[in-house]
Design a protein around this ligand. Structure first.
Ligand code: COA
Ligand code: MG
Length: 288
């Protein structure tokens, strides 16, 4: 399971080099907002070269309704990226259209059919928020949903998206929750958005802990200094693992029971599901 996804502007040789040692579970080579239009042709080539023979590297292409998106795909698909990060979809229809385009390119480049995954940044356009249920069953390639506040702020004309304490303002908190719900409905993982204040380590620790509490299974990152905190945050603590283990064992010892008492509290099926999820998350890493 991927806890941390580090964005790397694909036009920066220096950052591409540094990214490999950042400890991120996955990298996202960016061809969209972090790269100026005039740098894009070179960035595409750099991304394609960087991808060669590497594992768990994703590419953020440009929005699917632009010419750039197609040039991005033409350039990187021969290098078989793990997946494509799709920005600014209007609805799951854009993810389906992307998937069809990938079908053709996989065949052309002798890549196993269906291998290339998709992560959709599902809240970047206002209209997209009214279509989030369309991701359920949209494409087998869908691996996760994530969300972004910056483009949405610009689209609605908001001059801020967080309050003075760093909490999301209502429009953005809602977008975050809808992303989480849409991912659960589509049975894919939810990834929380970037924490842009990359020098605020304590703020990041709090943010990532809340993200896991709320149900996100990983998070996007913009700076190597954020990776360790994110990786640790998305692994359950030993106390949580122990508690989850006891719940699972209690149900195993009482086959057929729907509800049980543990430590003076009622435990039923939703608790069992949560405990199983905790154990699954714990299997994928140790807390530092
Ligand atoms: N990936 C790889 N390396 C990175 C990195 C990243 N995302 N961000 C910073 N680094 C490297 C820098 O190159 C620098 O290395 P150096 O000193 O050996 O040259 C080192 O880490 C420290 O960087 P720092 O000086 O603290 O930050 P900066 O001012 O150079 O860069 C950002 C700040 C925000 C521009 C940079 O972190 C970045 O480009 N992040 C990704 C942006 C992005 O992709 N956005 C799109 C999604 S929202
Ligand atoms: Mg953006």
């Amino acid at each position: 399971m991927n806890r941390s996804f580090l964005f790397v502007p694909a036009d920066s040789e220096r950052k591409l080099q540094k990214a490999a040692d950042a400890g991120a579970d996955a990298l996202i080579l960016d061809l969209e907002d972090a790269v100026a239009a005039e740098a894009r042709p070179a960035a595409r080539q750099m991304a394609a070269d960087y991808l060669q023979g590497k594992q768990n590297i994703w590419v953020r292409i440009n929005p699917f309704d632009t010419e750039d998106a197609h040039a991005d795909l033409e350039a990187v698909m021969p290098s078989a990226p793990t997946g494509i990060v799709l920005p600014k979809p209007r609805s799951a229809a854009d993810a389906i259209a992307l998937s069809r385009r990938i079908d053709v390119l996989e065949q052309k480049h002798q890549i196993e059919a269906g291998q290339t995954r998709i992560i959709a940044l599902c809240t970047e356009r206002p209209e997209a928020l009214f279509t989030l249920s369309t991701y359920a069953g949209a494409t087998e390639r869908l691996s996760a949903l994530s969300w972004g506040a910056e483009d949405l702020s610009a689209a609605v004309g908001a001059s801020a998206n967080r309050d003075r304490d760093g909490n999301w303002l209502p429009t953005f908190e809602m977008a975050r929750s809808l992303c989480l719900l849409a991912a659960a409905a589509a049975e894919v993982t939810a990834l929380d958005t970037v924490f842009t204040d990359f020098r605020d380590h304590d703020g990041l620790l709090r943010y990532a802990a809340n993200a896991r509490r709320d149900g996100f299974s990983g998070m996007l990152a913009i700076h190597p200094a954020q990776i360790e905190a994110i990786n640790a945050a998305f692994v359950p603590s030993s106390a949580e693992v122990e508690h989850a283990q006891r719940i699972v064992e209690l149900f195993e010892a009482n086959p057929g029971a729907g509800t049980l008492g543990m430590d003076g509290k009622m435990i039923d099926r939703p608790h069992l599901i949560h405990a199983q999820r905790t154990l699954k998350l714990a299997k994928h890493g140790k807390r530092q």
